[in-house]
Design a protein around this ligand. Structure first.
Ligand SMILES: C[S@@+](CC[C@H](N)C(=O)[O-])C[C@H]1O[C@@H](n2cnc3c(N)ncnc32)[C@H](O)[C@@H]1O
Length: 300
């Protein structure tokens, strides 16, 4: 089974297929389940479709069930990245992402980070009695307190002593006249402990922050929100190495798979709706074929 499912999108309800997946197999899960009460994806699969529940309690408990079934399939040092947006009901913001996150925490997942995905090009809205929403959440969960996380792979440009910061003059700031950041690091200056040095001078940039500004993607064939490649890349680079296996239980148009294959990772997905399963498999086949041609050329 293990080899036959690589780079495949399996069709069906993830709760029914999860039992057949190999244990301790995936290095990470990157996924965006349907949001509560937002859209109708299915074509005759309504009773199996997550997001169509009549109450938010049922929605939360269905997602807890999915991720409890998937937990043994994730490696012990693996990570789960969960993208969720919120919904309103009778004028009331439901707080759905947090309801799900806290329920997953109660079920044993370690919640390590809540990331705001800020969409600078979010759809304009006609709302006049509250601010327009232009963010969603990405929750990062681990199975255990120790796990694989490559901070260097997703560092971002420094701000502290840059032009857009008020804290100019980095060298003098640490009381080292004519000193350099490098000799300051371990030069007995308690103001420049390793954490601060990393923050201000690490050659690869500062540690990734929890607000990610990423424009919405351009893929238009699907009838639902497709998350951008860049969002998947951040999660992928931080939590996998080449040839690791990535899983998406709600594959949709296949963004997680496409990005994984493009960056020499392996992928397994599940999708309930026939049309989307076919769309995703086609996109993944194309990228996987390109990657293997590239491998052949570079081996020559
Ligand atoms: C928000 S979309 C995922 C979009 C995806 N991240 C992308 O970039 O294309 C959620 C997907 O979950 C699928 N889905 C809903 N219930 C499901 C279930 N029980 N098992 C598997 N897939 C399901 C829907 O058909 C839909 O395609």
């Amino acid at each position: 089974m293990n080899d036959t499912i690589i780079n495949k999108v399996l069709k069906g309800d993830v709760r029914e297929l999860a039992g057949d997946l190999p244990e301790n197999f995936f290095q990470c899960i990157i996924t965006s389940p349907p949001y509560f009460n937002l859209r109708d994806y299915s074509e005759g699969n309504e009773e199996k479709e997550i997001g169509k529940e009549s109450s938010h309690e049922e929605y939360v408990s269905n997602l807890v069930e999915v991720f409890s079934l998937l937990r043994p399939k994730l490696k012990e040092d693996g990570l789960l990245w969960l993208n969720l947006g919120d919904t309103y009901k009778n004028k009331m913001l439901m707080g759905m992402p947090w309801r799900v996150a806290l329920a997953l925490q109660d079920s044993g997942w370690v919640l390590r980070s809540d990331i705001i995905w800020h969409k600078p090009n979010a759809m304009p809205s006609s709302i006049k009695d509250r601010p327009t929403t232009d963010h969603e959440y990405i929750f990062m969960f681990s199975k255990n307190n120790e796990y694989f996380y490559d901070a260097d792979a997703i560092r971002e440009p420094h701000k502290t002593f840059s032009e857009d910061s008020k804290m100019k003059g980095g060298r003098n700031h640490f009381g080292k006249i004519n000193g350099t950041p490098e000799n300051g690091k371990n030069g007995g200056n308690s103001n420049l402990h390793d954490g601060r040095w990393d923050q201000a001078f690490h050659p690869k940039g500062r540690n990734k922050r929890t607000v990610w500004e990423i424009p919405l993607g351009k893929f238009k064939d699907a009838h639902f929100a497709v998350y951008p490649d860049k969002l998947v890349e951040n999660c992928l680079f931080a939590s996998t190495r080449e040839n690791d296996i990535v899983f998406d239980p709600f594959t949709g148009s296949g963004t997680t798979g496409v990005v994984s294959c493009r960056h020499s990772r392996k992928f397994v997905g599940v999708e309930l709706v026939d049309k989307y399963q076919k769309m995703a498999q086609k996109r993944i086949n194309e990228v996987a074929a390109q990657s293997s041609i590239f491998d052949m050329i570079s081996a020559e």
